[in-house]
Design a protein around this ligand. Sequence first.
Ligand code: BES
Ligand code: MN
Ligand code: ZN
Length: 487
Amino acid sequence: MKITFSDSLTADSPRLVARVVDQDTLPSDLPGAIVEGAAASRFTGKKGQVFEGFHEVDGKLVRMALAGAGKTDDEGRIAALEKAGSSLTAKYLTSGESAMVLDLRDAGLDAAGTAAVLTGVRLRGWRWDEYRTKLRDEQKKSLAAVTVVGAPEGTEAVWSEAEAIATGVEFTRELVAEPANIIYPASFVERCEKRFEGTGAEIQVLEEAEMEKLGMHMLLGVGQGSRKDSKLLVIKWMGGKDGEAPTAFVGKGVTFDTGGISIKPGPGMGDMKFDMGGAGAVAGAMLALSLRKAKANVIGVCGLVENMPDGNAQRPGDVVQTMSGQTVEILNTDAEGRLVLGDALTWTQREFSPARIVDLATLTGAMIISLGNEHGGLFSNNDELADQLLQAGKTSGDKLWRMPIGPAYNKLIDSPIADMQNIGPRGAGSITAAQFLGRFIENDTPWAHLDIAGTVWADKPGALWDKGATGYGVRLLDNFIRDTAEG
Ligand code: BES
Ligand code: MN
Ligand code: ZN
């Protein structure tokens, strides 16, 4: 979607004009036919409402859309403006119209509000049609350009940052939407190498031989049944002060999770192409930060493996050595994300001594049982960090809900033969998974684990996405860095 700004409406009389209107206060300059039509359709400007009417201008029929922004004093004003933008895109994306004028001259929005509308317009317009060669015309995306008229002063600067973030969200969606025969560890790395060219971010890749030397046998064990080599991808953005300890993001990048020898049942297994959603969010967030030149030092680490059953795959009951020196009994090869993250966490701490560390993972099905698709689960050893993330969740729309951890849960993963086992009893499955990760945090480093199993993929269209990959996490992490590490 191409978004451009213009001073006036004159440009060869547009056929589709959209306006954003506040609740119960329709602007006085609307054509009579539109006012009447809106009233007849019970359109009042409520958040998410859209009305379309036709009126004549110089003998030509113009299609006019009104998008409701709700009340100006609403707590969720920014979200409502994003929704106004996204509902316009949802309505016109496949309408046959290729261009829309967004007339904001009377909308009374500031630059931030305008950027919110545009974020909605842009994010709702993303679809992954790469492999759909037989779309009928009416299914094809038609809307390709939006011209904004009457944007307030300063909008372009605010939008250029918001646009960077939207680009990050779209990159995450792309990585998550791609099937596992296309995105596997090596191709995930390649796609990042291409995408980060010219951004100023630095990319580093650890191959299997090097991880072997470092003693990352727990991570490597997950990938040992796969023909695809495991990789550890590091994306560094050092836009902050020299010598300031970085924030680290660590993502679970299981490019496909069959469960391994503890193989998953067939129905729904295809969903497990999105088991790299944590790594995808880390890559997208790093892209957003580097495109908007964030004034912060941030390290993104992606643990990339494929979990397959095979003659060489690890077995339930195996005991593995970890980089941390601790040993782990693998009781279920399907609880593999924590194995990948454990070694990635150790390496990240030893390599970068981060000031705080946030990991993101589609870690447990139990998380979906707890929170459904509305919130990601937040687990943390540090209340301040937890509160900062909860706050970033609220302002970004990538919502989080805090879950408990503690010694009573921790002892549920003690093993009779090794230092710990990779699963607990049936109950509290998301918490015991978090406890497992917590055993790899050193020196009480402030750490948070985000279990995003329920939020990376949507079965139905949402506020800012069509069904499919949501891009969850990018706006959250960007907001978090903005609030805590910049300025
Ligand atoms: N990737 C899955 C978790 C998952 C399931 C994410 C469904 C999204 C949707 C993870 O690797 C897994 O298989 N977890 C097991 C853990 C169990 C064996 C303790 C689970 O949730 O069943
Ligand atoms: Mn699994
Ligand atoms: Zn998994």
